[in-house]
Design a protein around this ligand. Structure first.
Ligand code: FAD
Length: 413
């Protein structure tokens, strides 16, 4: 029987492990936390998933929350200056998106994996130990990397990404938020400060899930929204956040949060993401190749809402390739050719889209303005969150031109 080892049990590792088990593969899943630790910990993302991602999960029997997670029907974009809305459009997604707390999802999937006969190890494998163990498996896939392990994956020379975080992040899961009238997610751009993004989702331990609102501050470093420190309780942080909403958001938007409270003591997260583009095949100190997936290969700022979607697509792409490999050979050449279609179709367009959202080039700004008067264009812009590869249908100038992939325009237009 084929033997696969997967490091990291998140958006990529869990569906990959599930699919390989279903396909009759012996899978060892190595992760740092069990379900109890995940559920008693802090939120890790805002993880909105778009329809093609939800479809993959549903078709694999992983769509546990399809009927209960609130629908996010589209995107209500507002640009505000001094609390006044100065531009805005509302785009309806062709099909709704949804978001379920990763604590809920990962805890449930870990339990299901073990119930299905999967081999789960809760440990933090040092690099030499991982290296030694690769010989025991036909294939090792890395979906979570320490700094030392990440260094085994060379940077992708085709990309020129920011060397530090583009935003400082603060996440809040909230009860008591007045819902958007049309079940839209809201995306508020505050020039000079960053963005405030919010949508309905589902939180709570498996079996006790309930709706909430998920709020993400994307603060320009050192700007007025960049106030959250690493310490403080969820309630103290929420007090700071409520103050920011009242100070920067148009009154009608800020009012929605007037009676809000955090859902639980782990309902907040503060941090930053340094975007990273790596080659998909790493080389361990012994010379053994390992296949990278999800954030290990393509790590994006959350402002484009792409990372979880990208990781799930990676999982399904890799599982199909592994299960259809009849040669039993999973060498470096196989790894490179397996990763390439995912990178080309999903990961790289997602990275370009994220860059364009965080720092819109002039043509993108023009599209945003035109969308105010053009509902078809507004819907198309909303759907581009779901299918970033469709960005090439807009003008080539709407893509980032002085950063990102060095050959971006020739690659997609
Ligand atoms: C604030 C925020 C908001 C976001 N919002 C969105 C969004 O709306 N939409 C979207 O698509 N993406 C979003 N993302 C990105 C998304 O969450 C990630 O891109 C996605 O989770 C990556 O999946 P992954 O499988 O690569 O890694 P992860 O999902 O992070 O999984 C890695 C796993 O490895 C485990 N692990 C940790 N340390 C070790 C260790 N030493 N050994 C073994 N295992 C270990 C972790 O417990 C975790 O389960 C957001 C991210 C952040 C930070």
């Amino acid at each position: 029987m084929r033997r696969v080892q997967i490091l990291g049990a998140g958006e990529c590792g869990l569906p990959l492990a599930h699919q390989l088990r279903r396909g009759g593969t012996s899978v060892t899943l190595v992760t740092d936390r069990n379900a109890e630790a995940i559920l008693s910990g802090s939120v890790t993302s805002t993880q909105v998933k778009f329809p093609t991602t939800l479809d993959l999960e549903s078709q694999a029997g992983l769509g546990v929350w399809d009927a209960t997670a609130p629908e996010i029907k589209g995107i209500r974009f507002t640009m505000a200056i001094d609390r006044n809305p100065v531009a805005g459009w509302t785009g309806r997604l062709s099909r709704p998106a949804r978001s379920v707390d990763q604590r809920t999802v990962f805890a449930r999937r870990l339990a299901d994996f073990v119930a299905a006969g999967g081999d789960l190890e809760i440990t933090d494998l040092p690099l030499p130990e991982l290296d030694r163990r690769t010989a025991d498996y036909d294939l090792t896939i890395v979906t979570r990397a320490s700094r030392e392990l990440a260094a085994c994956f060379p940077a992708d020379p085709a990309w020129d990404v920011a060397t530090g975080p583009q935003r400082r992040l603060a996440v809040f899961y909230l009860d008591g938020v007045q819902p958007d009238a049309d079940n839209m997610g809201t995306y508020v751009s505050l020039p000079g400060y960053g963005e405030v993004i919010s949508y309905p989702g589902l939180t709570g331990p498996p079996g006790q899930e309930r709706p909430c609102e998920m709020l993400l501050f994307e603060a320009l470093p050192a700007g007025g929204l960049d106030v959250f420190g690493p310490h403080g309780s969820a309630t103290e942080r929420w007090r700071q956040a409520a103050h920011l909403l009242n100070r920067y958001l148009p009154a009608a938007l800020a009012d929605r949060y007037r009676s809000a409270e955090v859902t639980d003591s782990g309902a907040t997260l503060v941090g930053a993401v340094t975007p990273t583009m790596r080659q998909p095949v790493g080389t361990l100190p012994s010379g053994a190749p390992v296949l990278g997936g999800g954030d290990v290969v393509c790590r994006m700022d959350p402002g484009g809402a792409q990372g979880a979607n990208n990781a799930v697509h990676c999982a399904f792409h890799y599982s199909e390739a592994i299960l259809s490999n009849t040669s039993g050979l999973y060498d470096r050449a196989w790894m490179e050719s397996t990763a390439q279609p995912w990178l080309t179709a999903i990961a790289h367009p997602a990275a370009r889209w994220t860059m364009a959202m965080l720092d819109p080039p002039p043509a993108m700004q023009a599209l945003m303005l035109a969308a105010q008067e053009d509902a078809v264009l507004a819907n198309a812009l909303a759907d581009t969150f779901a299918q970033p590869a469709n960005m090439s249908e807009f003008s080539a100038g709407a893509q980032p031109d002085n950063h990102g992939e060095r050959n971006a325009r020739t690659a997609v237009s």
